[in-house]
Ligand binder design. Structure first.
Ligand code: FES
Length: 236
């Protein structure tokens, strides 16, 4: 009897396992068939079908200008004008700063002036100094030379200029030592007029530095200078 019970239980377990395997195989087969059918038809069913759209455009009507079109234009013109003025002020400030940085500093400007002790130049003598890279002639003229410079008929000169218009003190003649023809440096106490002679092309200057003969078109240039003290000359 006992052996009959054990045999019936073993048989029941075997039948149960067979049924379970059969159900799993059927489920897999059904799922594969459904997928094949969807792929062959080319359609897809969204699981979110029927849901409301998530992209909503906000209403900006609250911010619209309620005034007339002219009011809006006036405001735009005002803004454009204001921005233009601010930009122009900024550009001006930038250019000013740039130019300030590029301009010569105070110490450089100070070096641009040359101070000369006039006691070191005897009467009737020339001195040549260098100022801003150019030679400057300083002549301590004698009274005879001053008379000679003044007795010339100005109308006969190529570059008419009175001697008194070329000097601050008659005894001190100060001028750039650069020939007005092509820029050579003339030689002092030379030439047909007792002044300066340019050997490059033969220009003759008189005792006032005025052109008298040769190709040079103008008198020797007189630089900016002053006498801060009786025996002191500052050029520049
Ligand atoms: S450069 Fe002096 S005469 Fe020509």
């Amino acid at each position: 009897m006992a052996s009959l019970n054990i045999a019936s239980r073993t048989l029941a377990r075997g039948v149960s396992r067979s049924c379970t395997r059969l159900n799993v195989a059927r489920a897999l087969s059904t799922s594969a068939q459904l997928n094949d059918a969807a792929a062959s038809s080319g359609s897809y069913s969204s699981p979110f079908k029927g849901e409301p759209k998530s992209t909503k455009i906000p209403d900006f009507g609250h911010y619209l200008n309620k005034g007339s079109a002219n009011t809006s234009l006036l405001f735009q013109y005002f803004m454009v004008g204001t921005m233009g003025a601010i930009t122009a002020a900024g550009a001006k400030s930038t250019v000013q700063e740039f130019l300030k940085n590029m301009s010569a500093s105070a110490d450089v400007l100070a070096m641009a002036k040359v101070e000369v002790d006039l006691n070191a130049i005897p009467e009737g003598k020339n001195v040549i100094i260098k100022w801003r890279g150019k030679p400057v002639f300083i002549r301590h003229r004698t009274s005879e030379e001053i008379d000679e410079a003044n007795k010339i008929d100005i109308a006969s000169l190529r570059d008419p200029q009175a001697d008194e218009d070329r000097v601050q003190k008659p005894e001190w003649l100060v001028m750039l030592g650069v020939c007005t023809h092509l820029g050579c440096v003339p030689i002092g106490e030379a030439g047909d007029y007792g002044g300066w002679f340019c050997p490059c092309h033969g220009s003759h200057y008189d005792i006032s530095g005025r052109i008298r003969k040769g190709p040079a078109p103008l008198n020797l240039e007189v630089p900016t200078y002053e006498f801060p003290e009786e025996d002191k000359l500052v050029i520049g």
